[in-house]
Design a protein around this ligand. Structure first.
Ligand code: MG
Length: 503
């Protein structure tokens, strides 16, 4: 039942009652999406696509229906005329107005064209990547860029058309915000250079080519997430080609991982990453059930949680020391390695071509490159035909590498084929936020490394719950950032890297 304390206003309650059906549709869509990536039989794909499309249409119809819209605008008008709303009620109104604005800005014809184009583009991107042939993907990407520019025009923006697209993934984020972030992060390039020229630097570790027993690592990973606080009564872990987290409901959060049979740190790190995402969803305020507040603040904040656990906690010396006995027990072969060597293995830094394999130092350079390209594409300063050349030039400039082929370069990510232009920057935002969060937590409680060494993950979880998770989507991401740290400070991210790799 809806909390009277959080949502006392009767008009807001009526609005939320109407919203119940949207919540149910989202719940169903989410379960279907999880199933599509895990257990769905292959031949079900196109039928599933049709059903998913219908659910999306039903959702749009509900939100733009006369009844729903009138109720929402009624509350909006009352609030504008002095009606006091609780912060939760304000959050509800803000989020629903945002949804309504989105649906009303984009005509059905446009949405259909966008979806038709991206579903074909995805197929052609796969073929293009397999053959490493940009020409196959080029006409599709040209269409997607054209449609994305149109989308930005339809959605509206103040300064830069790219702002309209960024806002879709990170409410309120602007091109200028990201330019400031990357201005600071640019010096990672020098840091990377310094790290690889350090005495005793090793670009490889023999464990990278060590094969492992998948069953044994599966057992280990389950023990690991249990240690972190994974709750098997409300969460589950499965396997999929690309690890992901699906928060289906407040009592049903699912993660996946992947076992490649070689280089075991990959399966461990990605499991911890998804654990971080899942914890966010699981620690949302349960009183938000049935409301649009039952969600994270933004993609950037979500990624801050996964990166905090994966990198700052999961790759720390204290954490690996804690895991070593368990690792030795389950994997056996790690017994031959000292903890210092394992630490090195988990923290190999080297410039690489593929974003998803990048270490925590070079990662943001991959995002910076994509951000610069997207911005120019959407501002019509760059043609899709010039992309391969520009990609390779920037790769050379930022990472000192030249892709041997387009599969290892401009064709590596799925995002553009899905029409997700504006998504990438949230990864860097997440990295920056993760360090600011770790610093604040350390300052308010005690050093994170001490908490880790004491296996005190409960205290860490609790702090994250009280300071971030409990708000759900109630505050705009920028508001939450201000509340936590006054502002975004990419310098703290740089300091973290310097401390970790130079002391
Ligand atoms: Mg993630």
């Amino acid at each position: 039942m809806l909390s009277k304390g959080l949502f006392p206003n009767k008009d807001v309650r009526r609005l939320l009652k109407l919203y119940n059906n949207v919540y149910a549709l989202d719940y169903a869509s989410s379960l279907l999406a999880w199933d599509s990536e895990t257990y769905m039989p292959v031949r079900a794909a196109s039928e599933r696509g049709l059903v998913q499309g219908s659910l999306d249409t039903m959702r749009k119809k509900l939100i733009t229906s006369k009844e729903f819209k009138n109720q929402l605008l009624k509350v909006k008008t009352l609030a504008a005329n002095g009606l006091k709303l609780t912060p939760q009620e304000k959050g509800v109104v803000r989020l629903l107005l945002r949804e309504l604005r989105f649906y009303e800005a984009l005509p059905e014809r446009f949405l259909q064209e966008f979806n038709k184009t991206t579903s074909k583009a995805k197929i052609n991107w796969r073929i293009a990547r397999e053959k490493s042939d940009f020409k196959i993907f080029k006409p599709w990407l040209e269409r997607i860029v054209r449609l994305s520019i149109k989308k930005a025009e339809l959605l509206g923006y103040e300064r830069n058309p790219y702002d309209a697209l960024l806002d879709l993934y990170e409410e309120g984020l602007t091109t200028n915000d990201m330019e400031q972030v990357f201005k600071a992060l640019r010096s990672v390039k020098l840091l990377l250079k310094k790290i690889v020229s350090k005495k005793g630097y090793a670009p490889n570790h023999e464990l990278e080519s060590k094969r492992y027993d998948v069953k044994a690592l599966r057992v280990f990973n389950n023990e690991l997430i249990k240690l972190l606080g994974f709750d098997f009564k409300t969460e589950r872990i499965d396997e999929s080609a690309h690890p992901f987290t699906e928060g289906i409901g407040l009592f049903d959060v699912r993660i996946t991982t992947r076992y490649e049979g070689i280089d075991f740190k990959r399966a461990i790190s990605s499991t911890i990453h998804e654990f971080g995402h899942a914890l966010y969803d699981l620690q949302l305020d349960k009183r938000f059930l049935g409301t649009p507040l039952a969600d994270g603040a933004s993609l950037g904040f979500h990624e801050s949680q996964s990166r905090l656990w994966e990198n700052i906690i999961g790759r720390s010396f204290e954490f690996l020391k804690l895991l070593k006995p368990l690792m030795d027990k389950r994997l056996g072969f790690t017994k031959q390695y000292k903890i210092e060597s394992l630490y090195q293995y988990f923290n190999i830094v080297k410039p690489s071509l593929i974003r998803v394999d990048a270490d925590e130092v070079s990662y943001n350079l991959h995002i910076m490159l994509r951000f610069e390209i997207e911005k120019e594409l959407i501002n019509n300063n760059l043609k899709v035909s010039e992309l391969p050349r520009v990609w390779n030039e920037k790769m050379q400039l930022y990472l000192g590498l030249k892709p041997k082929n387009h599969a290892l370069g401009v064709l590596q990510d799925i995002h553009w084929s899905l029409g997700s232009i504006g998504y990438f920057p949230t990864y860097s935002l997440g990295n920056v936020l993760s360090v600011q969060i770790a610093n604040k937590l350390s300052k308010e409680l005690k050093p994170l490394s001490d908490l880790i060494a004491n296996k005190d993950f409960k205290t860490i979880r609790q702090w994250l719950k009280n300071n971030i998770h409990c708000y759900g989507a109630m505050l705009e991401p920028k508001q939450l950032t201000r509340k936590l740290f006054k502002s975004l400070k990419p310098e703290e991210f740089l300091d973290y890297l310097k401390r970790k790799y130079f002391s």
